[in-house]
Ligand binder design. Structure first.
Ligand code: COA
Length: 373
């Protein structure tokens, strides 16, 4: 039998999108036609989310209203706080978000004809609150107030995490990271969310699917795995020796490689520059230097380049963010991209149901139970 499928759906065009381009010749990475470099340099995460969800960059009145809308959506129903309190302290924060988002769908369900857009905004606004409420309840036994004065999601997240307003630099760096993580075409979690949406399931179900798919270390979980890798080493030389040994054992080096990009990930340069700035500002460039040496070894030995997750690890560490919250930050940002895709899928919907090449036994005669061996 000839197999006709592409392993891992590599190079398969599985649909159309007007939301982003990834690695397309002459375009690179764009969100609704805007280059990622421009968005990350001059834009904010809220402008980016608006662009993805509403199809255009907001003017200043629209941005102000959008920020105010998001700020007004940060608090949770009491029932949801109760559920978060019941989750064990040992839960992975990704499971907290997966459960919290799913549970919110029970408290604030999507009704037929309801505004999906509003659910998207609600989830973008409330996810940091959900996560950090659980973090503080289980870490310090404190029920925190989840409304903050910070107009940005980045500032809100850092203020809730550290219990005080973060530095301007940290807020800008996290904001840039959220822009970089917001959208990436038909990646695994987005495609999974679109599959769920294609069955006409509800908005929360599709987002929950996205969170579940993002959790794995081959996808969003790579930023946490990259941190675990980098932290093993206490010098750049030790990192070089360690990585060479891992390569000799044919181990995967987390935060490197990409299904679509073949020579570099355009987001990596941007987050790398932030990692360097934050490290220099903190007067602690060890993790950055270790990371840079790993990058050099990986390029020289394997022609593999860092993806967004690799330098996100050291950048997040410099902002004082604990490793288990790295992938949840990816969620907080990517909800904007998933939401745009769920809406796009609904507009052109046909259930996503491919076929498989069969590799099992030939048609076999039924065997009565007493004759089976
Ligand atoms: N470390 C070491 N080797 C790697 C590697 C890595 N991070 N990424 C790819 N390779 C090697 C593979 O082992 C394979 O080698 P082979 O041809 O000798 O078998 C070759 O490069 C091609 O990789 P492949 O597994 O076919 O790529 P893929 O498109 O199926 O997978 C990723 C893409 C991203 C899942 C893969 O590069 C990976 O696992 N990276 C680490 C996890 C990560 O950072 N994920 C975040 C992605 S944004």
């Amino acid at each position: 039998m000839t197999n006709r499928h592409q392993s891992g759906l590599a190079d398969v065009i599985a649909g159309e999108t007007a939301i982003s381009t990834v690695g397309k010749e002459g375009k690179g990475l764009t969100y609704r036609g805007y280059a990622i470099q421009d968005l990350a340099r001059a834009g904010t995460f809220e402008e980016t989310a608006f662009l993805l969800l509403y199809g255009k960059l907001p003017n200043s009145d629209e941005l102000q209203q959008y920020r105010a809308k998001l700020m007004g959506l940060r608090e949770m129903p009491a029932g949801l706080m109760h559920i978060l309190e019941q989750l064990p302290a040992s839960t992975h924060p990704m499971d907290v978000l997966r459960t919290g988002i799913s549970a919110l769908g029970a408290f604030e369900p999507e009704y037929d004809g309801g505004a999906a857009q509003d659910i998207a905004d609600r989830l973008i606004a409330v996810s940091a609150s959900m996560l950090l409420y659980w973090v503080h309840f289980h870490g310090k036994g404190v029920r925190i107030e989840t409304a903050t004065d910070s107009p940005s999601i980045a500032g809100h997240f850092l203020a809730l995490l550290h219990g005080k307003e973060a530095s301007e630099l940290d807020q800008r760096a996290l904001d840039a990271s959220l822009i970089l993580y917001a959208e990436h075409e038909f990646n695994a979690s987005t495609f999974a969310a679109r599959i769920t949406a294609s069955t006409r399931s509800d908005f929360y179900a599709a987002i929950t699917t996205g969170v579940a798919a993002l959790r794995g270390p081959l996808h969003g979980g790579a930023n946490e795995a990259a941190m675990a890798l980098i932290e093993q080493f206490d010098s750049a030389d030790a990192a070089e020796a360690g990585i060479r040994e891992m390569l000799a054992r044919k181990e995967l080096i987390m935060g490197f490689g990409h299904r679509v990009y073949s020579v570099s990930d355009p987001r990596s340069d941007i987050i790398k520059a932030w990692s360097r700035t934050l490290s220099e500002e903190a007067g602690d460039i060890m993790l950055y230097e270790i990371s840079e040496r790993i990058e050099t070894v990986m390029w020289n030995e394997k022609r593999l380049f860092p993806n967004l997750d690799f330098y996100s690890a050291s950048a997040y560490r410099m902002m004082g963010i604990p490793t288990p919250l790295f992938t949840p930050l990816f969620v907080i940002s990517r909800i904007s991209g998933w939401s745009a895709h769920i809406r796009e899928q609904r507009e052109v919907n046909r259930i996503i149901r491919p076929q498989a090449d069969y590799t099992g036994p030939e048609l076999t005669a039924w065997v009565p139970i007493h004759q089976r061996t």
